[in-house]
Write a protein that binds this ligand. Structure first.
Ligand code: G
Ligand code: G
Ligand code: NA
Ligand code: MN
Length: 254
């Protein structure tokens, strides 16, 4: 209750910020884009991570308003980088299942793109496999419209939500992100390795790109590259950083 009041206040007083974690192309070694991750600069509490407040946002339904803010902020930042000489930067935002059911996700996205005069393909939406499994019909219909508008769509935390192959074929998506729980021991656990290899081959047969999450070691990186995973994201390359860190990273050509 107290947290809910503080979260409403935070939204109205600009206490939320986005940090950005790069996704790296495993062939070229170049940064392909960034995932925007929500942070709360709560006065007197320091920088809070999603684990401390996303559950409350979900329970209270505030995630719909905060999710709209995230989309607007990501598009604003893409526009600033575009016009500030940094160039086109791809940004992926996390979208809660509630944003498809309540709120006007399609309107929020298209408005933010137009208002900031950015290319629609620079915005990517990440939706978890499990939220895609709820309200599937409605979610798929909205995603189809977003794809028509030129937005990129990824399934997040893939492998944890038990979607069937038949489902996957129907989803209007561009990418699968393999959940980091399968990447952790991919070089030592044969079961995890088989799951990862199966996901990569299934994704490629459906013409989807595959991103490995939570890559922390050179061994994992080498394994994924050898097995033709397309992109990786993880602490091995970079932790999530503030917007100024993105500029530095792109400037360094890292
Ligand atoms: O950095 P990490 O602690 O950043 O994020 C933890 C979890 O919070 C992840 O599962 C991530 O998908 C989720 N998350 C981060 N930012 C957002 C956001 O803007 N919206 C939603 N719905 N989830 C987010
Ligand atoms: O659910 P989602 O995939 O959006 O969550 C991303 C979460 O994973 C964020 O909390 C992010 O900070 C965290 N993360 C990103 N890279 C790594 C990594 O290499 N190792 C670990 N342990 N966590 C990571
Ligand atoms: Na995500
Ligand atoms: Mn994920």
């Amino acid at each position: 209750r107290e947290l809910e009041v503080a979260l409403r206040f935070a939204l109205e007083h600009d206490e939320f910020v986005l940090h950005y974690q790069p996704k790296v192309d495993l062939v070229s070694g170049k940064i392909e884009g960034f995932e925007a991750l929500l942070r709360w600069e709560r006065p007197g509490h320091g920088l809070l991570f999603p684990g401390a407040f996303i559950p409350a946002l979900e329970e209270t339904g505030l995630i719909v308003l905060v999710g709209k803010w995230v989309i607007g902020e990501a598009c604003r930042q893409i526009g600033v980088w575009m016009r500030g000489g940094i160039g086109p930067v791809r940004v992926a935002v996390n979208v809660s299942g509630r944003q498809f059911v309540e709120g006007d996700l399609y309107g929020n996205v298209t408005q933010a793109i137009h208002r900031n005069a950015i290319r629609s393909d620079l915005l990517e939406l990440e939706i978890t496999e499990s939220s895609l499994m709820e309200n599937t019909e409605l979610t798929v219909a909205i995603l189809q419209n977003l794809r028509k508008a030129g937005v990129t769509v990824s399934i997040d935390d893939f492998g944890t939500g038990y979607s069937s192959l038949a489902y996957l074929r129907r989803f209007p998506i561009n990418k699968l992100k393999i959940d980091m729980s399968f990447i952790r021991d991919v070089t030592s656990n044969v079961d995890d390795a088989s799951i990862v290899l199966a996901i990569i081959s299934m994704a490629h047969s459906l013409h989807l790109q595959v991103v490995a999450e939570g890559v922390e070691t050179a061994e994992q990186l080498r394994y994924l590259r050898e097995h033709e995973c397309d992109q990786m994201q993880g602490y091995y390359f970079s932790r999530p950083v503030p917007a100024t860190g993105v500029e530095q990273m792109l400037y360094d050509g890292k």
